[in-house]
Design a protein around this ligand. Sequence first.
Ligand SMILES: Nc1ncnc2c1ncn2[C@@H]1O[C@H](COP(=O)(O)OP(=O)(O)OP(=O)(O)O)[C@@H](O)[C@H]1O
Ligand SMILES: [Mg+2]
Length: 297
Amino acid sequence: MSMGMHTIDTRDGGANARVQMTLPSSLRGTSAPVRQFATAQAAGPVLDVRHVEKVYGSRNNVTRALADVSFSVMRGEFVGIMGASGSGKSTLLNCVSTIDAVTSGSVSINGVDVTGMKPAKLTRFRREQLGFIFQDSNLLDTLTARENIALPLTISRVPARETLVRVEAVASRLAITEVLDKYPYQMSGGQQQRVAAARALVTNPAVIMADEPTGALDSKNARLLLECLETMNRTYQATVLMVTHDSFAASYTNRVLFIRDGRIFTELRRGGTPRQEFFNSIMEVVAMMGGEGSDAL
Ligand SMILES: Nc1ncnc2c1ncn2[C@@H]1O[C@H](COP(=O)(O)OP(=O)(O)OP(=O)(O)O)[C@@H](O)[C@H]1O
Ligand SMILES: [Mg+2]
């Protein structure tokens, strides 16, 4: 926890205590190169962010987007990041996910410090260790859902037969089996987003990073996607980091980090409380944070 940060609810999150579940063999992929970095996996946090600072611009046009942000995420946690527009949520996710470079501080994933990594190695590390879900699904128009989900495995040269099995397994879990042979334009927005979620999950990444994944969805499809993320988290012990401005979406997580002016303002742990109750607690913090833009949280 970063200095100066006050925690409202210190009840221990149930997520950490949860029994480790083993992956189904279809997702284990022992021979696949995607497992290469996973051998470095230690008992420590899957994600460790230490004193991260991000400054954009130079000289007289400086924006301090992140200031001394520290937190860690254990394997199997589902963590939400909330904050007003411009508070630094996307910057934080981009720095943590190696898309953007930090100005100072360090980010370790599975015990590997990614802040000093060379671009070529970083590209590979990102592909093999991270899964991404954006507001727009970013599916390739010329590929079917099945091919889109398989793409990260294809790039990593996972054998075709194994790829097929893994894609089917994830698709069935996320209830998108019936759209597997459709092209993106033949699917609804909600289905596209669930396919994108499957694509993020299929490599069994160390962390899945999602930036406003429900942002472009109606409430029914938002709920379906959140249930998918919940399934990924519970069934596969997927570690998920999700940026959202929506308290309802955040209520699906185990823990919420609230960002204000580039700093962690506070965090809320769900513990064993039901989702509705957690939702109410989130709303309380949102109201308490107040100030400009709190209604946009
Ligand atoms: N490439 C950039 N160059 C300069 N300033 C930037 C850049 N990207 C972000 N910023 C600034 O950094 C701050 C944080 O931006 P960020 O995109 O992280 O906010 P956010 O919390 O994701 O907001 P939103 O909810 O609107 O997506 C803002 O003041 C923004 O203007
Ligand atoms: Mg953003």
